[in-house]
Design a protein around this ligand. Sequence first.
Ligand SMILES: Nc1ncnc2c1ncn2[C@@H]1O[C@H](COP(=O)(O)OP(=O)(O)OP(=O)(O)O)[C@@H](O)[C@H]1O
Length: 488
Amino acid sequence: MEEPARVSFRDGRLASRKAEEAACRRFQAALWLEKMSGPLGLPSEPTEQQFVSCLRNGLVLCNAINKIQPGAVPKVVQNQSNGLTWENQTPPAYQYFENIRNFLVAVNEFKIPSFEASDIERDNLEAGSVGKIVDCILGLKAYHEWKQFNGGNGPWKYMKSPMVSRANSIISSNMSGKGSSVKCLDMSATSERQPTIKIVDQTSEDFLVQAIADCLFNSKENIDQRIFDSWHNGTMGSVELFNKVISSCKQDQQEIKALLSRTKQEFASFQSQLQKDLVQLGFQIQELSSAAVGYHRAIKENRNLHNMLQELKGNIRVFCRVRPTFVSEEKCLIDYIGGDGTLIILDPFKTQNARKVFQFNKVFGPHVTQEEVYRETQPLIRSVMDGYNVCIFAYGQTGSGKTYTMCGPNTGSAKDVGINSKALNDLFQISCTRDDMNYDIHVQMVEIYNEQVRDLLIEETSTTKYPSMPHFGFLCFKQLFLDYDKPI
Ligand SMILES: Nc1ncnc2c1ncn2[C@@H]1O[C@H](COP(=O)(O)OP(=O)(O)OP(=O)(O)O)[C@@H](O)[C@H]1O
């Protein structure tokens, strides 16, 4: 909870420092203008209003620039109301326009920061406008000093340094009331436009330290706030502050160096670790991709083997299903059901050769479930999904159990559903598990009865009940076509 208060204090302090800085620069500009153009009648610390009013007719500015470079403003319109001070004069409009405009043209030629003519208008002191005028005058001052110092040789470049400006301002104002010099401080290293500055006594040195301390205060970021608080409260002097800040900076510098070296080491170790991980990852991806290739190869092989097995089992397979005997039926004729597909039927009306032997791929007895029957046909469904054509159909006389086998009884139980539904379930399930293929499934269900083909999936015909069937021959059969397009 202490942090916001500290920030707020800091911001307030910064704003007041900035205002102080702007005032110092203004005083410095006024002082220099007086030096160039003679007394202006301004107080030693003029307000923004006073400062701007004094410059409004353009005479002071034109005279100053003409002193630096004679003829910079060729024609200066003089004030007609001689004897009046800046406070009670009202310059004619033409003076204002002519002098200020000519001054600004000259200033632009010197490549000095300029301002707008409107910045100097009466009652139009917007935030920052006076600052621009002051910057321009101090730029002119710097240009003048550069000219004096270098004789106008070499390239001229304007540089604004708040620190030097503020220090100079304090020193200059301090110097104005002091006598001969005691110490000499060369500031030329910090500003090329700044000639040697003479510090007159210990108080001036204190001012210099104070100015540096101010600048440190303004630019502080990571320095312990308590140091500045002590200085602000007056419990610590500027020199002590300066020393503490410098030693604190040194300490910070050491810490930053150590941190930098640690960070570099950590970064290097992370980098080498990352490279190792990337190499490892590369190996793993390679392994995975070769495993995936192997997996796909195995699946393909497996499919081929599966279909080969189906072919070996026979492309046409005939199964026989014996339904349970009805109560109305006299006797069961089944004599023997073999596991190898043998079925022996006993004819009760014959005494000789009463047994008849039939051979099928498989014979399902009366008590075999729907699931067991379907299990024999299920591998063919997988072959369908591998692109093979498959047809399953039931054949037999009426009442022999074709509908029961293919569609199932209407019990509502899932285990009783016939081959049709079980096959479709498998088809959809396999198509969902195989991501590498897209399947397009079409279903058709027809009945051929008395040589008439009826579509059993059309509602009106599907409700039609079969007529009673004659008990002869193989006239009636149901056929299930499972037409599947080959995998895309
Ligand atoms: N395996 C079985 N277990 C129990 N009941 C069965 C079995 N097979 C057939 N049935 C019964 O026998 C009767 C006749 O069966 P189903 O209707 O399937 O014969 P179908 O061959 O389709 O006759 P149709 O050609 O006249 O349509 C039905 O009542 C059915 O429930």
